[in-house]
Each structure stands twice: as structure tokens, then as C-alpha cells.
Design a protein around this ligand. Structure first.
Ligand code: NDP
Ligand code: X2W
Length: 343
């Protein structure tokens, strides 16, 4: 039997990527597709690549439109999900691609997002120890932010194994512009973005900082502190995160690599590359994968981990489908590509 699914925010980037994956999913039937101001227009105007669905008319985003489906994906701007989700019954599985339900700590929410904290749902990162079990059968999922997914997966094995000082984690991550969504923004004008790399959210103020810390705190009793700097670069998709941390006494390049082999040996979507091969965003484009490499900078005594991921696939929509598969009791990997698009 097929699951009926609805996508709220179908005209946006995350909604479009969800539909790219879901049209190829053998276990779903695509129902209502909704938007904000673009309600009433055809999906094909916004996503000409989604040919099988191009003639579908976008509906208004309301609980009435979304109810009656087995699964509702919410791919709406921050703060728009909580109200709608509150009106969906427990019989509907709601999967939120936004931030509304990611953070456990209400104080961190107020500090980094402002306004009222909506609460906390099971966090959609199955690779986090113990999390896969919580997602199986869950009717609510908070899909992680894109930077937190790649940064957490990059640092997790070293932190969990106690091989690095978790109180001095540094993440610098470059991202393609689709991470900022489709709506026009002054800093995303073509002439501003093309040919330039720009740091933003600098100085510990980016809202993904507490999310990365929350994830890593779940695998260690030691204090966790992350200095996170995002950088916008002129590509449409992809994140490359460079993460470093001082090693603990006795840690070696070999013990670091072994920790990653143990942590990810059985993970379908997280791949430690062969020694000497460094991740490239291009190899992950359109795939639900994270590619990693780890080494030791012997001169400074810091572990260096580099990770690549597509912000729209494993960074949002692929993770959302992975979580739907778990929630619905399907094979976790159904309809999720391992193969990227290159060159
Ligand atoms: N882009 C990315 O890489 C990632 C995105 N996310 C999250 O996914 C969510 C969607 O992001 P993204 O697709 O990039 O954003 P977009 O700006 O590309 O799309 C937003 C979607 O929401 C709709 N929308 C906007 N305002 C309203 C409203 N008031 N009521 C109903 N619908 C509305 C838009 O419709 P319309 O076209 O009519 O305006 C559009 O369909 C966000 O919460 C984002 O944080 C998470 C991880 C990564
Ligand atoms: C390049 C860029 O602007 N990226 C976005 C993050 C995208 C993401 O993961 O988003 P949410 O937390 O919004 O769901 C940003 O830094 O705000």
C-alpha cells in the first residue's frame, strides 16, 4: 500500500528536491502540493526539471489542504511550521525541514532565533547514536539544518571516541547559494555572488552553532564548544566543511582513522574516503551522501576532518525522505541516491 504524501512549500528549493526524490519512490503517492504567494500557479513554473508533476497546481498552505495525507513534509520558512503542525492530527506523520523543532534548549532558541520556542521533535539524523531507533515509527521529525548535518557527522567519531578536545572545535564551511532558499535576498544578487566568497554569521552568532553543539553533547560528557564560520561561495549546491580540534594525549592519525571506520563502517550514506583522497562537493551533488576524510596535523596537534555534502539532498530533502522511510517502517535507503552528478 502506498503512503499518501503532501509537500508544503513545494515551490521552494527544499520542496523541489523533496519532489525530485519522491517521484522515484515506489512507496508513495504524491498528493497536495502547496505554496505561499505562488499558490494557484503550476509547479512546472518553479521547477521545470520536475516534468512528471509540471502541470500540478499549487494549493494554499493550510491544515485543511494538508490533512488527510499519511505524511506531510513542511518545507516552509522558519516559524511557519509550528502553527500548521499543531493543527495536524497524531495520525499524520509531520516532517519539518525547518528549524522550529530542532533545538531542545529553549534559551538557545530565544538567543539564536528569537520569539517563542515551539518545542522539540525527534531529531532527523539517524546516524547520531541511538537516534535511528527513536525515528522508527515516529510521527514527528525535525530535519536537521544543513551545516549541522555535515559538521556533526564530521566531528562525531572523534568526539565520541574522546580523541579530541571537544571544547575547542572549529568548523569553517563553504556553502552554495541554494542554502539560503529561493526568495530574493540582497546579498544573493548574481553580481554580488558570482566570483566572490563571503563569510557571514561570523563570531559565534550563526543559528546553527547551538544545533551542532547539541548534537555533539549527546555523545560525550565533556564540555562541547564550537566556533562555526559559514562562507557563501558561487556554486548552486554543496557544502564543504573543514573541521579541526586539538587531539587528546595519545591520539594518533591511526586511532583517528579507526574511530571513523568504526562509526561509519555500516552507515549507508556516510563514506570515509580511502586515505589520501579528499572530499569534493561535486561527488555528492544530488546524492544522499556525506564524504569524509580525516588526518592529523602533526605540527599543530590538531585533527583535521573535511566533509562534503549536498545541502539540498542529505542536507535537507534526502534526510527528510530517509526519516520518512524509518518512520513508516520502510527500508531506510529507499529512493535515496548514492550516486552524485559529475562533472
Ligand atoms: N535550502 C536549504 O539548503 C535548506 C533549507 N532548509 C529549510 O527548509 C525550509 C524551506 O527552505 P527553502 O526551500 O530553501 O526555502 P525557499 O525560500 O526556497 O522556499 C520556501 C517555500 O515556502 C513557501 N512559503 C513562504 N512563505 C510562506 C507562507 N507564509 N506560507 C506558506 N508558504 C510559504 C514558498 O512559497 P512561495 O513560492 O509561494 O513563496 C516556498 O514554497 C526552510 O525552513 C529552510 O530553513 C533546511 C536545510 C537546508
Ligand atoms: C547559504 C545559506 O544561507 N545557508 C543557510 C542555511 C541553510 C539551512 O540549513 O537551513 P535552515 O536552518 O535555515 O533550515 C544559512 O546560513 O542561513
Amino acid at each position: 500500500m502506498s503512503l499518501s504524501i503532501a509537500v508544503a512549500g513545494a515551490s521552494g528549493y527544499a520542496g523541489g528536491e523533496l519532489l525530485r526524490l519522491l517521484v522515484a519512490h515506489p512507496g508513495v503517492e504524491i498528493g497536495a502540493l502547496t505554496a505561499g504567494g505562488n499558490a494557484g500557479t503550476a509547479l512546472g513554473q518553479h521547477h521545470p526539471h520536475l516534468l512528471p508533476l509540471a502541470g500540478r497546481i499549487l494549493q494554499e498552505t493550510s491544515a485543511e489542504t494538508l490533512r488527510g495525507h499519511d505524511v506531510v513534509f513542511l518545507a516552509l520558512p522558519h516559524g511557519q511550521s509550528a502553527e500548521i503542525a499543531g493543527q495536524l492530527g497524531e495520525d499524520v506523520t509531520a516532517i519539518d525541514c525547518g528549524a522550529d523543532f530542532r533545538l531542545i534548549d529553549s534559551e538557545a532558541w530565544v538567543e539564536f532565533y528569537g520569539g517563542k520556542h515551539a518545542g522539540h521533535w525527534p531529531y532527523g539524523l539517524p546516524e547520531l547514536p541511538g537516534q535511528r531507533e527513536k525515528l522508527r515509527g515516529s510521527n514527528r521529525v525535525a530535519v536537521p539544518g544543513c551545516y549541522p548535518t555535515v559538521s556533526t557527522l564530521a566531528l562525531l567519531p572523534a568526539v565520541q571516541a574522546g580523541l579530541v578536545d571537544a571544547n575547542d572545535l572549529v568548523v569553517v564551511a563553504v556553502s552554495g547559494t541554494s542554502g539560503a532558499g529561493k526568495s530574493p535576498k540582497a546579498h544573493l544578487l548574481g553580481s554580488e555572488v558570482m566570483g566572490s566568497a563571503t563569510a557571514y554569521g561570523v563570531g559565534g552568532v550563526h543559528r546553527h552553532t547551538p544545533e551542532i553543539e547539541q548534537n555533539l553533547k549527546s555523545v560525550t560528557d565533556e564540555p562541547v564548544s564550537v566556533s562555526f564560520t559559514p562562507v557563501l561561495v558561487p556554486m548552486s549546491r554543496g557544502i564543504l566543511a573543514t573541521c579541526t580540534a586539538p587531539i587528546q594525549p595519545g591520539a594518533t592519525a591511526e586511532s583517528l582513522r579507526a574511530a571513523y571506520e568504526v562509526a561509519y563502517g555500516n552507515e549507508p550514506f556516510v563514506h570515509l574516503l580511502p586515505e589520501g583522497q579528499w572530499p569534493q562537493t561535486q561527488a555528492t551533488l544530488g546524492a544522499n551522501t556525506v564524504q569524509l576524510q580525516v588526518t592529523l596535523d602533526e605540527r599543530t596537534g590538531r585533527a583535521v576532518i573535511v566533509a562534503a555534502m549536498d545541502n539540498l539532498t542529505k542536507g535537507t530533502a534526502g534526510a527528510a525522505v530517509q526519516c520518512m522511510n524509518l518512520a513508516a517502517g520502510l527500508d531506510e535507503t529507499t529512493a535515496l541516491p548514492l550516486v552524485g552528478v559529475a562533472p
